[in-house]
Design a protein around this ligand. Structure first.
Ligand code: PLP
Length: 362
């Protein structure tokens, strides 16, 4: 039998989540963000499932863009960090990519280029995140330089929000106000929000929105937020029980003996571990489901295996399906129990895990 560990990818759920994002976006266009191999879901099938509905696709670098072009994707592709060196501009030209321009060096490379086709540039303002973008002081001059450049078209204004997942925090209001001030009078389309901004600040959707994580079904505002009920998990990471044993009180499980049984305990061994992308630092009590019934992780996660509590599931048998995250076990909950976020769980699924596609769009 093949190893039972796999990630099922529900492309119908992806399309439904896209529709939810589109509903929030109003009349704005959507860049479906598919960087990092479609957040670990497999970029080519994910992009194919959104062809015809997404207005553009967002990636981190030219390698990711070329993979999409070579798969036959013809839709616009945006390099969210722009080019890293000037010699990438001919590739941007040849493969018809759009690119962020977030610093003066990139802007000069664009001005020095002699592309065969117009270059789509997304000029980025640092409105407070202090990672990428031109300062408010430098923005007007940069805009004028690009607007004057005959081969720059279209020119889009963009920024990125640092704390949109904290709806009550004043930082987002400040960032939005700064954009309104710096961009006043500039006749160009605008893009401000990714998933948390689109969900928590839909009034800032403007002309282009850039959802990523929400397309994959995890709410960046957490499972308690109403948006979580509207999103459907796309990935189900699953495996199976490969052993079941009974331990007496006082016995410890696995490396380091982290979990010590306080009562007679039935333990299931699952064929998935950190080498599959399951977080090694998941705590005892992290939710998991065995044959559809909820239970918990007990003991430290090892490379190829992890252990779960079957004491309340006497009917559990070798071969039973185990859901590590997915429709029943929320990735956000597993992430919270591992001091991380769903983004790292999805992007951390390793190449050992086959991705199996489901749904009408598969
Ligand atoms: C990754 C990224 C996004 C998507 O963010 P999510 O939180 O996954 O929606 C949008 N814009 C930029 C610039 C990004 O880097």
């Amino acid at each position: 039998m093949a190893r039972p560990t796999r990630a099922r990818i529900d492309l119908d759920a992806l399309r439904r989540n896209f529709c939810f994002a589109k509903g929030l976006a109003g009349s704005a266009h959507l860049v479906a963000v598919v960087k990092a191999n479609g957040y670990g879901h497999g970029v080519v099938p994910v992009a194919r499932a959104l062809v015809g509905v997404a207005d553009a696709f967002g990636v981190a670098c030219r390698e990711e863009a070329l993979e999409l072009r070579e798969s036959g994707l013809r839709a616009p592709i945006l390099l969210l960090e722009g080019v890293m060196t000037p010699d990438e501009i001919p590739l941007v030209d040849r493969y018809r990519l759009a690119m962020a321009v977030h610093q003066r060096e990139q802007l000069e490379w664009v001005r020095a280029a002699r592309p065969a086709r117009p270059l789509a540039c997304w000029l980025k303002l640092d409105s407070g995140m202090h990672r990428l973008g031109l300062t408010p002081d430098a923005f007007a001059a940069a805009y004028a330089d690009l607007a004057d450049c005959p081969w720059v078209s279209p020119l889009v204004l963009m920024t990125h929000l640092a704390r949109a997942d904290e709806p009550d925090h004043p930082a987002t209001r400040r960032q939005l106000a700064l954009c309104a001030e710096v961009w006043e009078g500039l006749a160009a389309p605008r893009s401000l929000v990714s998933s948390p901004g689109l969900i928590a600040w839909p009034q800032a959707a403007a002309d282009w929105v850039r959802p990523g994580i929400m397309l994959y079904g995890a709410s960046p505002l957490g499972d308690g937020h109403p948006s979580a009920a509207r999103l459907r998990p796309v990935m189900t990471l699953e495996s199976a029980l490969i052993a079941v044993r009974d331990l007496v009180p006082g016995e410890a499980i696995g490396y380091g003996g982290r979990f010590v049984c306080e009562r007679p305990t039935r333990v299931g061994v699952v064929a998935a571990g950190y080498a599959d992308g399951y977080p090694r630092h998941a705590r005892d009590g992290t939710p998991v489901a065995v044959a559809g019934r909820p239970t918990r992780l007990i003991g430290r996660v090892s490379m190829d295996m992890l252990t779960v509590d079957l004491t309340e599931l006497p009917q559990a048998r070798i071969g039973d399906q185990v859901e590590l995250w997915g429709r029943q076990v929320s990735a956000n909950a597993v992430a919270a129990a591992s001091d991380t976020i769903a983004y790292t769980l999805f992007t951390g699924v390793t190449s050992r895990v086959p991705l199996v596609y489901e749904g009408a769009a598969a």
